[in-house]
Design a protein around this ligand. Structure first.
Ligand SMILES: [Zn+2]
Length: 335
């Protein structure tokens, strides 16, 4: 019997605010703000290919306008995570995708949404603006400046996002060095559409301890060993791989998430853009258990690894690890 993973305490570490807007909310905000989404709510998240996906993503971003809108989408996203058992969430934002909306407005709404989640459902959250690598390193530096001008306690890091190939990580080294010097954590999307060399570059040139996706690492055995020894965290998203990688069958024994886990890499299970991919965080755990070869003990290990490598303060992590470990043991024993 599949356990109810929504009961498991866990951290969500790979989630995009703009990819987590519920269809009904997108439709309501579009109506309120006079944006034509070009589809009924039930059809919003069906698309034929990546270009249709990106076009819809762009229109949905245009529908989120006021501080209250940003608060609403942030809170709703966190509430959905909480319903899947998340107790802590680290998410990416794409402020540059909301054309014409000041960063100050966006960040104020996001902060308010995080505060609302903390106060009403006891969930903690941190976020990282994602750099659009397609715009190049100069734009990325200006973007980092604009984000730092709005910095708050919840802004814990910076990420590297959007189409990987042909945008290798190395040119962004000065941007990441500056972010680290400012005390920000860093992560990079790599090895999803791009090659293993982009995973290597993100670790060597950008000094990332966290790689988002990272599947192509399995093409480079030396790099696998190095990542394992260095404890590099891979935030994997099972359902996303069906849409964005050549791995269309999650039960394939050669699926990279399965092999990453078998190779002893630090892997966590996450949901990425849940409504876009008709999934939830709890469903992704079900998939990991049913299709990707994660035993319940292995999933518990993933939960605790994710917590240990999250961007929470050390004392908080230690306290939560004891709490979550006991809860999961009891759930496994009762399953
Ligand atoms: Zn992502």
């Amino acid at each position: 019997m599949t356990p109810n993973f929504a009961l498991w305490p866990k951290a969500e570490l790979h989630l995009h605010l703009e990819g987590a807007i519920l269809p009904g909310t997108a439709a309501e905000l579009a109506e309120k703000n006079g944006v034509d989404l070009g589809a009924k709510p039930e059809d919003l998240y069906s698309y034929a290919d990546l270009s249709e996906f990106l076009a819809m993503y762009g229109r949905i971003c245009q529908a989120v306008v006021t501080e209250e809108d940003f608060q609403r989408v942030t809170f709703e996203m966190l509430r959905e995570c909480h319903a899947s058992g998340a107790r802590h969430v680290e998410f990416f934002i794409s402020p540059h995708a909301h054309e014409g909306i000041p960063f100050a407005t966006q960040f104020a709404g996001i902060r308010a949404g995080i505060a609302q989640a903390r106060e009403t459902i006891g969930l903690s959250a941190l976020f990282a603006p994602g750099i659009n690598r397609e715009q190049g390193p100069e734009a990325a530096m200006a973007y980092l400046d604009a984000c730092l001008a709005q910095r708050c306690d919840a802004m814990a890091g910076i990420g590297l996002d959007y189409n990987e190939a042909p945008f290798p990580p190395e040119p962004f080294a000065p941007v990441f060095a500056r972010a680290r010097a400012e005390g920000l954590q860093v992560s990079a999307h790599a090895g999803e559409g791009g090659p293993a060399a982009y995973v290597r570059g993100s670790i060597e040139a950008l000094e990332c301890q966290r790689i988002d996706h990272g599947y192509a690492v399995m093409d480079d055995p030396d790099l696998v060993a190095r990542c394992r020894d260095a404890g590099i965290l891979f935030t994997c998203c099972p359902t996303t791989t069906i849409y964005t990688t050549p791995w269309r069958d999650l039960t394939d024994p050669r699926h990279p998430i399965r092999r990453m886990h078998e190779a002893g890499l630090a892997v966590t299970i996450n949901s990425d853009d849940p409504p876009f991919f008709s999934t939830t965080l709890a469903k992704e755990y079900e998939i990991a258990h049913r299709d990707l070869g994660f035993s319940l003990e292995a999933l518990k290990g993933s939960v605790l690894t994710g917590l240990a490598k999250s961007w929470l303060p050390e004392a908080e992590k230690t306290r939560l690890a004891a709490e979550w470990s006991g809860e999961i043991d009891a759930l496994i024993a009762g399953a």
